[in-house]
Design a protein around this ligand. Sequence first.
Ligand SMILES: Nc1ncnc2c1ncn2[C@@H]1O[C@H](COP(=O)(O)OP(=O)(O)OP(=O)(O)O)[C@@H](O)[C@H]1O
Ligand code: SF4
Ligand SMILES: [Mg+2]
Length: 386
Amino acid sequence: MTRSPVLEISDLRTYFYSRAKQAFIRSVDGVSLSIARGETLGVVGESGSGKSVTALSALGLIGGSPGVITGAVEFAGGDGARAGGNGRRNLLQDLARHVTVTERDGRIVAVAKDEPGWQAQVERSMRGVRGKEIAMIFQNPKSSLNPFLTVGQQISEAIRLHTPVKDSREAKERAIAWLERVHMDSPRLRFDQYPDGLSGGMCQRAMIAMALASEPSLLIADEPTTGLDATIQSRIVALLAELKSGLGVTTLLITHDIRVVSRLADTVAVMYGGTVMEHGPARDVLAPSVEPKHPYTSALLASLPSAQKNGGPHAIDGRLSVIRGEVVDTMDVPRGCRFYARCDRVTDTIRARCMSQEPALAAVTAGHQIRCYLYGDEPRDGARAG
Ligand SMILES: Nc1ncnc2c1ncn2[C@@H]1O[C@H](COP(=O)(O)OP(=O)(O)OP(=O)(O)O)[C@@H](O)[C@H]1O
Ligand code: SF4
Ligand SMILES: [Mg+2]
């Protein structure tokens, strides 16, 4: 039996305006993905591919210039979900009526946005969701914790705010139990310390404890190990693996580190230029020798240091190489496949289509989709013909 999704994102689009370049940036450009209950979905892709903006958009945490979000983010958390998925609701419900996007010849030429109406709608939708139903942990845990409150105060507050526990003594004992659970050394001592007195690794453990203490239906972890030194990184990954098997928390894990995803993810979404190029079981997507695979996924895997040691196609003097060519410009997305300029697998049979119409994300096997004409004939819905 397939497990019902906790989060289902459909055709998510998030655009910003660059005053300097006087053009709209399609940071997220039609992302669709879903996470089943208890599953960890790893989202990978080069810097700037839209991983963080996807997560922030799902929580309505996009502001400024003009920070347009369209699409659907169906979320099934809490009691409704436990009762069989009836608690599903679209977190972006009714947002579209506050925004009008005008496109001409595939380029966004104008956006009209009722900012106050839009913000009020976001706040209504996210009430009781952000922080409680969906908790987030970020890179730089030290700056994400409040420097003026002790670690214990912050975790206890999350417990009292988001769980049925309201008594401060009981909240304290629970907070200490969470600190133990994340293997913080001397949890009672750390409870009374300010973030400033803790190392980066300890702060990340405290952040994880605080996120889980709310008993969320979904945990979003954006680069949870980036910025920590290598030994601490592997300890945090080991902790996340242990929590995954022990608590089975549904998790959206964003990272540019494919080794972290290999260790933790059940399914993987590979993002490029603001959209998903491949989405499927981790064992298929991340194994270099398993086909079919999107040419971008193959290039990403070949750029890993271990692939280079083994003489991978992108090896350069043993250094970590990058995929050849420039990352697609999301202010001026090409008409055809957005990976065309960097792709080394275009054949004469499909070249005309690769250049003129963006391919659809097509199923290659059950639960595994690839956006490439090597594996499917269909252009993306609404794709512009060149
Ligand atoms: N508030 C903003 N205003 C304008 N552009 C933005 C804003 N936030 C993100 N962007 C742009 O959107 C694109 C996607 O950014 P995002 O942060 O999602 O990338 P990412 O995949 O998370 O990259 P990284 O691996 O470096 O964290 C980038 O080009 C970024 O510059
Ligand atoms: S559609 Fe064409 S250009 Fe795009 S990844 Fe596939 S082969 Fe390469
Ligand atoms: Mg990011």
